[in-house]
Design a protein around this ligand. Structure first.
Ligand code: FES
Length: 143
């Protein structure tokens, strides 16, 4: 059996939403201290809807595929919905990731949350800080 699903390979070789938004309303940058991979996500927000999203990922194939899929999953969606996106949902949408690659999808969840928090901070929008716990520097696997 192939280690990676066709969807993972597709999103890795043909990633969607790559790049940056010069006029982003929120930017989230996270990294994994163990592997050194870094993911940056830019969002554009209008009336509570994420109207555009781009990413730059300096990382492994699973991290790139996760970023691509995660950006597709939040594009055009309300912020409230994007905040509920879990790394597990991203991995499922990719038809699974190998267990030792699940942490790569965690970066996507964290980067989106960080971008939304940045948007809230820049626009003086109040939120419950408990909603945005600091990302765990250690490798974490939300399965
Ligand atoms: Fe670092 Fe995949 S190995 S994010």
């Amino acid at each position: 059996m192939a280690l990676y699903s066709e969807k993972v390979m597709d999103h890795f070789t043909n990633p969607r939403n790559v790049g940056k938004l010069d006029d982003a309303d929120g930017i989230g940058e996270v990294g994994n201290a163990r592997c050194g991979d870094i993911m940056k996500i830019y969002i554009k927000v209008k009336d509570g809807i994420i109207t555009d999203v781009k990413f730059n990922t300096f990382g492994c194939g699973s991290a790139i595929a996760s970023s691509s899929m995660a950006t597709e999953m939040i594009k055009g969606k309300p912020i409230s919905e994007a905040l509920t996106l879990t790394n597990k949902a991203v991995a499922e949408a990719l038809d699974g990731l190998p267990a030792h690659k699940m942490h790569c999808s965690v970066l996507a969840e964290e980067a989106i949350r960080a971008a939304i928090k940045d948007y809230y901070d820049k626009n003086g929008i109040e939120y419950d800080p408990a909603e945005f716990p600091a990302p765990d520097e250690d490798e974490e696997i939300h399965e």
